[in-house]
Design a binder for this molecule. Structure first.
Ligand code: SAM
Length: 421
């Protein structure tokens, strides 16, 4: 049975949880998924299904087929000679020699690179590429190669480099994943995330509102995948803003209804809906948007109508510096009652057993390595919700089994709850 590797996005735990969330909807096609530093590997007997799964994900960057696995003894054993040898052992040189065009390959390094400087890894990839090129030249095969940009800290090719050089259609992207200890995996990239489409929906849509916060479409997609089960056909977003979650839900084939108490946000969502429908006419009628208060959903929609809820509520006033204790207390007291009221209303609006994926903020604090978390766990349980643990097959748990989405230097982190009504 072939083995595949999903490269995880910049919040690897969240991306991992998304894969575990999607798998049951595809009949458990990913067998024994196993976590590596920045990847999940698994076996599958259906190549077609794994491609479908990859298409659905917001948090996976690459899908690679594992070609060869090597046991080595730590970083000291990783050399360009070893990497070239593994490429030859996997007979990738023969694939390149049989190319109808001038052979082209790219090299990418994934996995735990914390013990090495990017410069050292760039050199390693460069020496490996030259080693392979020399080997091919001896066999009278002319080739060229593409490497990650040495001015960047990343040691992986960008999606644009892979596309521009046609690596997946006319060449090979060879991927090395080292777990930092003893397992070196050699893979071939089969798919790259549709980065341009995600970016178009993020930056190219007509309306975005930086003030009230913009949820990245990839995060919206991950949240939808955490909320969705086989039964899910409709989702509710009672704090819909400019409609990022509604758009991703409709593209994922779901009906999506949004409410917002700001006229501007409702108009923004409607304009974005129109823009999306112009690009994808099949999505006509998938999105509905209304003006309304998330704390009065009972007067806006039928009880137990929606299958699930995915939402990012108001996260408090804009914050650019870590908070002191007084500031944190003040914001918490403003947000906690809003979230508890809205969660009570959401519970009445979705079907029993439906999932709610709900963001709350976590604040960086002055003079502390800890983040300030809201005290809402007890109230969430009192409302009748079960907290689900994404890493234990979405079973109920008593602990705060939340997922974190953060960017470097961000002061407000997003904490994601997966709840069952
Ligand atoms: C963080 S934004 C949502 C961003 C949205 N996910 C997006 O991608 O555009 C929160 C939204 O909640 C709305 N809001 C705040 N309080 C509300 C309430 N009580 N009922 C409904 N909407 C509310 C704000 O107007 C704002 O548009």
């Amino acid at each position: 049975m072939p083995t595949y590797l999903f490269q995880l996005g910049h919040c690897p735990d969240l991306s991992h949880a998304e894969i575990l969330g999607v798998n049951p909807r595809f009949g458990g096609a990913l067998h024994s998924p196993q976590r590596l530093p920045n990847a999940v590997i698994c076996k599958t007997d259906s190549e077609e299904t794994i491609h479908h799964i990859f298409n659905e994900l917001g948090g996976a960057i690459r899908l690679c087929e594992v070609i060869h696995t090597l046991k080595i003894e730590g970083w000291n054993s990783v050399s360009s000679d070893i990497l070239v040898e593994s490429i030859l052992a996997a007979k990738l040189d023969s694939i390149l020699m049989s190319s109808e065009h001038r052979a082209i390959f790219g090299l990418t390094f994934l996995g735990d690179s914390s013990a090495q400087s990017p410069r050292k890894l760039h050199n390693l990839l460069h020496e490996t590429a030259v080693g392979l090129k020399n080997h091919l030249r001896e066999k009278e095969c002319s080739c060229r190669f593409v490497l990650p940009d040495p001015n960047e800290k990343r040691v992986e090719l960008s999606g644009a480099q892979v596309d521009k050089n046609n690596l997946l259609e006319k060449g090979l992207e060879i991927v090395f994943h080292f777990d930092g200890q003893q397992t070196l995996i050699l893979g071939l990239t089969k798919r790259i995330q549709a980065y341009e489409e995600f970016s178009q929906r993020d930056y190219g849509r007509p309306q975005r509102d930086a003030r009230s916060g913009m949820l990245p479409p990839k995060l919206a997609r991950m949240m939808i995948n955490l909320a969705r089960t086989d039964e899910t056909k409709t989702i509710l977003d009672p704090f819909c803003g400019s409609g990022g979650i509604l758009m991703e839900a409709s593209l994922a084939g779901l009906g999506a209804t949004g409410f917002d108490n700001s006229e501007k946000a409702v108009n923004d969502s409607l304009e974005n809906r129109k823009w999306l429908e112009n690009r994808f006419p099949d999505l006509h009628n998938k999105i509905r948007v209304f003006h309304g208060d998330a704390c009065s959903l009972h007067s806006l929609c039928e009880p137990l109508y929606f299958d699930a809820c995915v939402t990012e509520p108001y996260l408090g006033p804009p914050v650019t510096q870590p908070l002191n204790e007084t500031q944190f207390e003040k914001i918490s007291h403003q947000l906690e009652p809003l979230y508890i009221r809205a969660l009570g209303e959401i519970r009445a609006a979705i079907k029993p057993g439906g999932r709610v994926v709900f963001i709350t903020p976590r604040f960086r604090l002055q003079d502390s390595t800890q983040t300030g978390v809201l005290s809402i766990l007890r109230e969430i349980k009192l409302l009748g919700y079960t907290i689900l643990d994404p890493f234990a097959e979405f079973q109920s748990t008593d602990r705060r089994a939340t997922l974190i989405y953060e960017r470097p230097k961000q002061v407000v982190l997003r904490e994601i709850f997966v709840l069952k009504s």
